[in-house]
Design a protein around this ligand. Structure first.
Ligand SMILES: Cc1cc2nc3c(=O)[nH]c(=O)nc-3n(C[C@H](O)[C@H](O)[C@H](O)COP(=O)(O)OP(=O)(O)OC[C@H]3O[C@@H](n4cnc5c(N)ncnc54)[C@H](O)[C@@H]3O)c2cc1C
Length: 403
């Protein structure tokens, strides 16, 4: 594949240079293979760098059971990879690249630098030292008679000994993960892409105009069995932010959204406070004083709670479980991540695509989803490593390479 390859050296191809692909390349190169990474964009790791803009939540420091539970039904397939490279390994890996990490109060782990660029720079230097050949502007476009690429010098075909696909999910297409790879795998079982960790559209009335763009703090969100105490932001399009992402899967699956505007008070405490004499105060002023409700919470109550009941018990019930009508997820391209992609049953235990011997897959290309909180990057790294290691073993098991 590459002109510098030593005779007998196995040739590996990795497609996609996000965290999953770079990790696979790292593993393959360490195992002694000659590695080419093909990346469609002019530079690597664009979504990883974007994740760095909000601090780069690398992983979550929590007990193994709680950590694995975040991956829900994907656990049986992802578990070996996540146990081999879990939160502790992610932190050691970052430190090994010169990035000290810290754990926030919620267990979320970030690099002290709170960005991705120093880590990515150090990683690329390490990969270069391992001889990994990264080819940018190489877009994979087909698999007929080898892996076909659209490149600055025309169509190129590579026929490696082993391949790891790591083309990401189907959101933030401008950063590279556009999901178009799905058309290139007609013989592989794919689940339709769906947004994950996304906002929801709400058709706000004009009364909300003064509150758009503002964070709503000190609330709880409920959707079916899912609950979150995170912050949300009211945008012109609807509701966005970590609090809604945490319940977004349940909402996507049809559960109604309920806001608790006074999560630190019980229903009876809220009712008792509302029942206090209010004199000549308007209802809004009364609620502001009795429940310390800020203007944005009051606006939400008036927007979504009409007709607002006067009876203290009924009003307390509304404040503790305010239904927010929404018009479904915001566009998938705006989602933090996506569900769907290569079905897990299409893979063997080493993440090789059963229908394509010698072709492995990793990262968000696979059909799993998890909340934000570091679970996404951890699983991208862990599956990249697992696929890379198993791809190397597979290549080495295929007998000596042709000289
Ligand atoms: C705004 C934002 C913030 C985020 N913050 C966090 C966070 O703090 N913590 C966290 O855990 N996760 C976070 N994520 C999610 C995380 O970035 C992704 O889950 C992760 O990058 C997925 O890694 P990946 O390697 O599977 O795919 P990607 O990072 O998407 O990489 C896939 C690569 O494949 C390339 N590619 C695609 N198609 C082709 C093709 N045909 N040919 C060649 N190359 C191709 C793409 O250009 C891309 O470089 C965030 C995401 C966003 C959008």
């Amino acid at each position: 594949m590459g002109t510098k390859a030593r005779a007998g050296m196995k040739q590996a191809l990795v497609i996609g240079a996000g965290p999953a692909g770079l990790m696979a390349a790292d593993a393959l190169a360490r195992a002694g293979l000659r590695v080419v990474v093909a990346e469609a964009k002019p530079s690597v790791g664009r979504k990883f760098l974007m994740a760095g803009k909000s601090g780069l939540n690398l992983t979550k420091a929590e007990a193994s059971d709680a950590f694995l539970a975040a991956y829900a039904e994907a656990v049986p397939v992802l578990c070996p990879a996540l146990e081999a490279f879990g939160p502790g390994s992610v932190q050691d890996w970052a430190r090994g690249l010169g990035q000290e990490v810290f754990t926030g109060s919620s267990g979320r782990v970030f690099p002290v630098a709170m960005k991705a660029s120093p880590l990515l720079r150090a990683w690329l230097a390490r990969l270069s030292g391992l001889g990994v050949d990264i080819r940018t502007r190489w877009r994979w476009i087909g698999v007929e008679d080898g892996f076909r690429f659209d490149t600055p010098t025309g169509v190129q075909i590579l026929r490696p000994d082993v391949t790891v696909l790591a083309c990401g999910g189907a959101s933030w297409a401008r950063l590279g993960s556009d999901g178009r790879w799905a058309d290139l795998l007609p013989d592989v079982a794919l689940a339709p892409f769906q947004p994950a960790n996304m906002g929801f559209a709400v058709a706000w009335s004009v009364h909300m105009a003064g509150h758009l763009g503002k964070p709503v703090k000190g609330i709880a969100l409920h959707a079916g069995d899912a609950a979150s105490r995170g912050e949300i932001v009211l945008s012109a399009k609807g509701i966005e932010g970590g609090g809604i992402y945490a319940v977004s899967r349940a909402l996507r699956e049809g559960a109604p959204l309920l806001l608790d505007l006074a999560p630190d008070l019980s229903l009876s405490e809220v009712a008792a406070r509302i029942a206090r004499p209010r004199g000549k105060a308007s209802l809004s002023n009364h609620l502001r004083k009795a429940l310390r409700m800020d203007p944005v919470k009051l606006a939400l109550l008036m927007e979504c709670g009409q007709p607002v009941p006067r009876d203290p018990a009924a009003l307390a019930g509304l404040i503790k479980a305010l239904p927010v009508p929404h018009a479904g997820p915001l566009p998938m391209d705006e989602a933090i991540s996506t569900a769907g992609g290569i079905r897990l049953e299409a893979l063997d235990a080493g993440l090789m695509i059963r229908a394509m011997p010698g072709v492995f897959a990793a990262g968000e290309m696979l059909d799993w989803e998890a909340p934000t909180g570091g679970y996404l990057i951890t699983a991208a790294l862990a599956t990249g490593l697992w696929a890379g290691q198993h791809a190397a073993l597979w290549a080495q098991d295929q007998g000596a390479a042709a000289p």
